[in-house]
Design a binder for this molecule. Sequence first.
Ligand SMILES: [Zn+2]
Length: 303
Amino acid sequence: MIHALFFALSLSVTTQDTLKAHSHLQILSHDQLAGRKTGTLHASIAADYIAKQFQNAGLSPVFTNYKVPFRYSSGFFGEKEAHNVLAVSEQIANRPTVVISAHFDHLGTKGRHIYNGADDNASGVAALITLASLIAKQPSRKLNYLFLATDAEESGLFGAREFIKASPIPLSNILININLDMLGVSKRNKLLGLYNAPSKAFIESLRTNTWHKNSEVKFTRGNGFYNRTIKNQRRRILDAGDHREFHRKRIAILYFGVGEHSNYHSQHDTYENIDHAFFDGSLHNIAKIISQLDANYQLLSRR
Ligand SMILES: [Zn+2]
């Protein structure tokens, strides 16, 4: 136990790690997975793939299996079945825990068109799998890490809601949710790091002077809005993804993503349109931020 007081995570992403991440991204956004629409065989195959990666990383399932089915009610058509995929670094429920999440579902097909969802959100899931395997290899972490790939995000954040509802650890032990959603496309190489954490000292402690040059992290405190590209309206960033469900339970959140862009929710959100240099830079920077967080977590006090 004593060594844990002196050491913290020090994650570094190698070229081999980024190549593996690209391959996860390519597989998850392949035409054969037909846009990973919740409730389809394709989404179920995507969930199996993620579960296999967690297992290969040496992580434990949280429940009996990595892949956890749940039902949710939707519209006039009654109940739908979906699956979250969960794994943990340690089965210790009473340790402060970081929940790193990314949704794997997307829009499926419309007519002959496949909505591959490469940026939204094969990119976040590829990063989640990569971070999970890096964290699993480092026993000197101070915190417990839970990895959560959610389903049914596109239809209304149902996977994140289900996680909160049936949380395997007391919500008071969740230190922070780091949500990864859309890390693969950016016009100006800017990665948004949106947070609601109360302590300025905590956010300051996450900064480093060795950012990867291909992705510049812009930390922004809560309540910001962005202009939607598809409808002429503004939307609160805090509401625009799974992190919202954690925020609603007054859990600190840190969201990484790029917001909407011209390929957002279109058939052009493909692997070919991923900006690999930006994605790699973002992965490097998020790994650094998690290392800083592990070292400085005491600065993050619950409100
Ligand atoms: Zn998304």
